[in-house]
Design a protein around this ligand. Structure first.
Ligand code: PHE
Length: 413
């Protein structure tokens, strides 16, 4: 799919604005927040027909973020938002984005999806048509990105998902990018770790049948683990938010699996872990990046100890890029940044870099500049965008130890 609206055409945006406003009016909600990089906000950045204008001192480039700021995956959206805010604050402290010799400050408008795909279209429409953002960052969860990306594509506004790993996300169109690896690689990384590091022969899988991310990662793990000589002895499906996993876990318990692979999100994973341990299942659990939240250990406690997941970075790695970022983030937000925070930060910085190279915020030129991102030094590794608008990067495997993810292995693409 190609952009149908002329990129950057405010006429096209205004015609379609009616649709956006109607959508917002229909759902009757406006859970947005605007943040400026410094609190001495003095200037407004009015957009025709917009909500109360976002403000930032001298800020004239508005970018949007849509994410799960509330709901079962709230830490995904909040961490991402924090990472973006840190990047915005830094670029503004350095004078702003240098566009064609002129320094321009950046302001951020964030919208809540509640982690629901059905909210994504509305909030992206609002960001693009009412707020007239020049680019969109989001979402985390692949199913939500798959619902939001067609809107950005339609309006010709570049979008970068920091962390959606399902291959289909960037296939939506030529305006859609990501700064993370994709699930065929993540599934391979998990399978390789299970088969070669843990030397597991028999594994079971419990996945979320309604999440694009979970289904894709299950398929990739299964394919790769089998190819590596392993055997999948059980595959069971759940639906997000289920309270009782006992029937599924009981079925799996009888099959002799040495490992349980759960490609889900942290809230469900913590519940599954607690219930599995109660049923006497002691095998290690393994998952993907969807486990990455401080709430995993908070909710899962001892049940999650000694389990593993693949991720985009490990905060305990001693590289200068990671340690500088961890220090700055801790100072600002009082906690250790998870992978989402690191990816939000990287996505925003890749965007600013592209704006500077493009010398404009025009949609199609910005698109071309993002597409030619090469060897960008990110916190989550070196970022080069390939012809599918994806980044190819290594993964890390972390182990839950003392309630924290600790680096265990690195898997190269
Ligand atoms: N990769 C997940 C998805 O596509 C989202 C995610 C990324 C969650 C990183 C946590 C950390 O749905």
């Amino acid at each position: 799919m190609h952009a149908t609206a002329r990129p950057g055409s405010s006429l096209a945006r205004r015609i379609l604005l009616t649709v956006g406003v109607a959508l917002v009016a229909l759902t009757g909600c406006d859970n947005s927040s605007t943040s400026a990089s410094n609190n001495k906000a003095t200037g407004a950045n009015p957009a025709p027909g917009a909500q109360p204008a976002p403000v930032v001192a001298g800020g004239d480039i508005l970018i949007g973020h849509y994410g799960s700021l509330t709901g079962a995956e709230a830490t995904f959206g909040i961490s991402t938002d924090n990472g973006i805010k840190l990047a915005v604050e830094e670029i503004n402290a350095a004078g702003g984005v240098n566009i064609a010799g002129k320094s321009r400050k950046v302001a951020l408008k964030s919208e809540d999806t509640e982690g629901k795909p059905e909210k994504a279209g509305t909030v992206v429409t609002k960001l693009v048509t009412a707020d007239e953002v020049v680019a969109v960052i989001g979402e985390v969860a692949s199913s939500v990105t798959l619902a939001g990306a067609p809107v950005a594509q339609q309006f010709g506004v570049p979008m970068i998902t920091p962390s959606s790993t399902n291959p289909q996300c960037t296939a939506i169109g030529d305006m859609i990018f990501r700064v993370c690896f994709i699930d065929p690689f993540q599934g391979y990384a998990c399978a390789k770790f299970a088969a070669q590091d843990l030397k597991v022969k028999k594994a079971a899988i419990l996945f979320d049948q309604a999440a694009a991310y979970s289904v894709g990662l299950k398929d990739e793990f299964e394919k790769n683990f089998t190819k590596m000589g392993g055997q999948i002895v059980a595959v069971e499906a759940y639906t997000k938010g289920e309270a009782n996993f006992n029937p599924l876990l009981t079925k799996i318990r009888e099959k002799g699996a040495e490992l349980l692979f759960i490609p889900g999100y942290y809230t469900d994973v913590a519940n599954i872990a607690l219930q599995a341990r109660k049923l006497g299942m002691t095998m290690p659990l393994l998952g993907g990046d969807g486990w990455d939240s401080a709430d995993l250990a908070k909710n899962g406690g001892a049940a999650i100890e000694g389990s593993f997941y693949s991720n985009h970075y490990a905060s305990d790695q001693p590289t200068p890029e990671i340690q500088t970022f961890v220090k700055k983030y801790k100072e600002k937000f009082g906690e250790t940044p998870d992978g989402l925070a690191a990816l939000g930060y990287d996505a925003a910085r890749v965007l600013f870099d592209a704006m500077q190279r493009a010398g404009t915020t025009d949609g199609s030129k910005l698109r071309d500049a993002i597409a030619t991102t090469k060897d960008f030094k990110g916190v989550t590794g070196s970022i080069s965008i390939n012809e599918k608008r994806d980044a190819v990067k290594p993964a890390v495997i972390v182990e839950m130890k003392g309630g924290k993810p600790v680096f265990r292995a690195r898997v190269e693409p």
